[in-house]
Design a protein around this ligand. Structure first.
Ligand code: NAD
Ligand code: DAU
Length: 377
């Protein structure tokens, strides 16, 4: 079936993996990638699909309501997958207003433009879908305890391999929202607007909340690519606090596969949590990154460990995230395809093999941002 799908934020990290998947998998769809190309957007992420006949790029700001109205109509959009956002917690602490503008007002503009266009059609919302990509950070922080004696809530492949859970509780689709950073507050607000458009106007929406993603094309301000790049340049590795915070990591292509599945088969008005039952304490993850980079660069074991520097903690730093994704597994059969050890090896190799990609985006303005961010920590 022919469809016109608008993917916002398609030049970013997760968006570029989703665009690649959709363009290759659905030649009968027109995939319109809408992105403002902020510091985090990079069309080099999509070199391999940019010449495909079913792919179009539009440079626009999601907070520009008139532009959103025009694009919905001109491209006759029948499905929206919304990823465009300001996504980095540390930046939100320094500049919360930009996060409110993009994540809240941007999402609202997109919702309103979709509503006006779809309501103007004879069939109205029939065959339409607005898919909002959100984060587990909206749920706040879980209690962090010693792993002994704790059983994972998972029934998926990941837990079958016996991975550690760092607490008894997990985020479910019913966990109360409790955001702590300006980033997560802005994402929580956008999630509420999406649900309000469903409840008030009958818009066919679906919302997903995913855990931390890792993999190729992630902007090197985020932990994993930042540390790989710093090791390569023999720079310090700034570990926040004691490195004891826990994150639940998912390979980015598994997230993109989940989005594809839920976009096509998820139930209208529902929320699905996406995660791989793969919790890691930051300091343990950092040691895995160090040993993998050292091995692949031919350095002796432990060579880069002295680069670790414990620095002032991130304000409001959430202690533990852990997603319960059983609903998605049980309803739609999704499960992560990669074990973490395999995913991290692939990821480190990719950054080491694509040094030009990183060097192109870490020059100039980014360099200044990095120096300011870590000055005096
Ligand atoms: P990213 O920062 O890598 O990419 C964001 C993209 O949005 C960039 O291409 C940027 O140019 C674009 N953008 C920013 N402001 C825009 C605007 N005003 N108009 C149009 N485009 C704009 O982000 P990411 O890590 O790929 O995250 C994508 C989405 O997934 C976000 O909504 C984020 O909240 C969510 N999410 C991310 C993770 C993660 O671990 N990275 C986990 C769960 C959910
Ligand atoms: O949970 C999903 C979220 O994951 C997404 O919604 C966000 O968009 C994404 O950025 C990510 O947020 P985090 O804050 O968890 O990711 P980040 O890579 O910034 O940090 C991961 C952990 O590592 C976190 O506990 C903070 C710590 N950290 C991070 C950086 C950048 C450090 O110790 N040192 C660092 O330099």
């Amino acid at each position: 079936m022919k469809r016109n799908i608008l993917i916002t934020g398609g030049a970013g990290f997760i968006g570029s993996h989703l665009v690649r998947l959709m363009v290759n998998r659905y030649p009968e769809y027109n995939i319109v990638n809408l992105d403002l190309l902020t510091y985090a957007g990079n069309l080099a992420n999509l070199k391999d699909v940019e010449h495909k006949p079913n792919y179009t790029f539009v440079k626009a700001d999601i907070a520009d309501l008139d532009a959103m109205r025009r694009i919905m109509k001109e491209c006759e959009i029948d499905g929206v997958i919304h990823l465009a956002a300001e996504s980095h917690v540390d930046r939100s602490i320094r500049d919360p207003f930009t996060f409110a503008r993009t994540n809240v007002m941007g999402t609202l503009s997109l919702l309103q433009a979709a509503r006006e266009y779809w309501e103007s059609l004879p069939e109205k919302y029939e065959g339409k879908r607005f898919y909002h990509v959100s984060t587990d950070e909206v749920y706040g922080a879980l209690e962090l305890s010693h792993p002994e004696g704790i059983e994972s809530a998972s029934t998926t492949k990941a837990s079958a391999h016996g991975h550690t859970a760092y607490g008894k509780e997990f985020f479910t689709e019913n966990t109360k929202y409790d955001p702590h950073s300006p980033y997560s507050a802005s994402k929580a607000s956008s999630d509420h607007f999406v649900r309000a458009y469903h409840d008030t106007y009958g818009m066919p929406v679906v919302v997903t909340n995913c855990s931390n993603n890792y993999g190729p094309y992630q902007f090197p301000e985020k932990l994993i690519p930042l540390f790989i790049n710093n090791i390569r340049h023999r720079r310090e590795l700034p570990v926040y606090g004691k490195g004891e915070n826990v994150r639940d990591w998912l390979y980015v292509e598994d997230h993109a596969r989940a989005i594809d599945l839920i976009f096509h088969k998820g139930r209208e008005g529902e929320t699905y949590n996406i995660g791989g039952f793969n919790e890691w304490k930051n300091i343990d993850l950092i040691k895995v990154i160090i040993s993998t980079v050292d091995r692949l660069l031919g350095n002796p074991e432990g060579y880069s460990l002295p680069l670790i520097k414990f620095v002032t903690d991130r304000p409001g730093h959430d202690s533990r995230y852990a997603i319960d994704s059983r609903k998605l597994h049980e309803e739609l059969g999704w499960e992560p395809s990669l074990q973490f050890e395999e995913g991290i090896e692939k990821t480190v190799r990719w950054y080491l093999d694509n040094q030009q990609w990183i060097d192109n985006i870490t020059s100039g303005a980014y360099e200044k941002y990095y120096e300011e961010m870590y000055a005096g920590r």
